[in-house]
Write a protein of this length. Structure first.
Length: 228
């Protein structure tokens, strides 16, 4: 299944501290390549087309880095719109049907995460299919995000822990972002609407994934990628 893709690369990267002060987090190097290039490798291997990348923080550096790439369109955000608002702004570039989204601040090993989603996506039943990792194996702090019940997503309650964490890869209907009022809002608002409709599903990933949101996580992910 070939689908359009949006890569989220607009964030300020504040958790990166000094590393992200003068360049976008998506261009921080890991294993000899910028994070954004790792995401593009995943996207192109899955034959995603077109590829849309949103920009904000030090956008001119991403523009220069991607110069001459014919398969990429940029969606620039003069004001930071968060993930849901970014998807809403990019909607005209993604076309009428479902699309992949992928966070730039992650690295992967094993089977292509987008190909896994494409093989499991059933548009007649699903408005969103999120790729999940077991919280216990994610090497990320926090109580987890979701439960799975018959393949459908359920949020964890306040103070509870959940067995699965969102990896930053999904298939979703971008048009659903247009039902949310305002310009800047989280993807969580869209998900909550889809969960309430019973059309939000999760898929437990095969392979490995590491979130790269802090300097410590960046160093740990570099070591992980280098390991056999």
């Amino acid at each position: 299944m070939s689908l359009p893709l949006m890569i989220f690369a607009a964030g300020r990267g504040t958790r990166m501290g000094a590393l992200g002060a003068n360049r976008p987090k998506a261009l921080l190097p890991i294993a000899g390549r910028p994070l954004l290039d790792h995401a593009l490798g995943v996207a192109r291997s899955a034959q995603a087309s077109p590829i849309v990348i949103n920009t904000h923080h030090h956008a001119e550096q991403i523009v220069a880095h991607l110069e001459g790439a014919p398969d990429i369109t940029l969606s620039h955000e003069p004001d930071l719109l968060e993930t849901g608002g970014g998807l809403k702004a990019a909607r005209p570039l993604l076309g009428p049907g479902p699309a992949f989204t992928l966070n730039a601040d992650a690295v992967w090993k094993g089977p292509n995460p987008l190909a896994q989603l494409a093989a499991a996506f059933a548009p007649a039943e699903m408005d969103a299919l999120l790729l999940l990792a077991p919280t216990s194996a994610a090497l990320a702090s926090g109580p987890g995000d979701f439960f799975l019940e018959g393949g459908k997503l359920r949020r964890r309650g306040a103070g509870a822990t959940a067995p699965f964490i969102y990896t930053g890869a999904q298939i979703i209907r971008p048009d659903l972002a247009e039902q949310v009022q305002g310009r800047s809002f989280s993807m969580n608002i869209i998900w909550d609407h889809i969960i309430a409709s019973g059309r939000a599903y999760g898929l437990v990933m095969q392979g490995g994934w590491r979130d790269v949101g802090t300097p410590e996580a960046l160093a740990a992910a570099e070591t992980w990628l280098a390991a056999p």
